[in-house]
Design a protein. Sequence first.
Length: 138
Amino acid sequence: MDFTPVSQQDLVLIVPGGHPLAKHHTVDLADTLDYPYIFFGPGSGLRHVVDGMFKKLGAAPTLAYEVTENQVITGLVAQGFGIAVVPYMELLLRLNVRILQISNPVWERIFYMATLKNRSLPPAARNFTDYVRRTTHL
């Protein structure tokens, strides 16, 4: 297999607009443990990522809710039901949430395009993979 980095995803902490943490621009997740969290459900692809972040801290947050959709989590945070670690998305800019960069633990998620080595591709697939390789700058 050949892997080409395509995109990077940032995780951020979101809090309701009037939350005590809303005055900050960055946050150490260790400083958020006093607040209830809205987490991705156990079946979500991001659940193990967020669990891993807290495992690095040697701590576990208090879970208020577990849901599967980014939009539902963001809506619950906007309504004051808790705080959450979510991928950065444009929706965050349209709701009453404050977006905080996470300073600790350090986390990075990169998406890759995977192709089989030593296999010929149909012309359309070859054109697509060539395009991705030319335009990706990670």
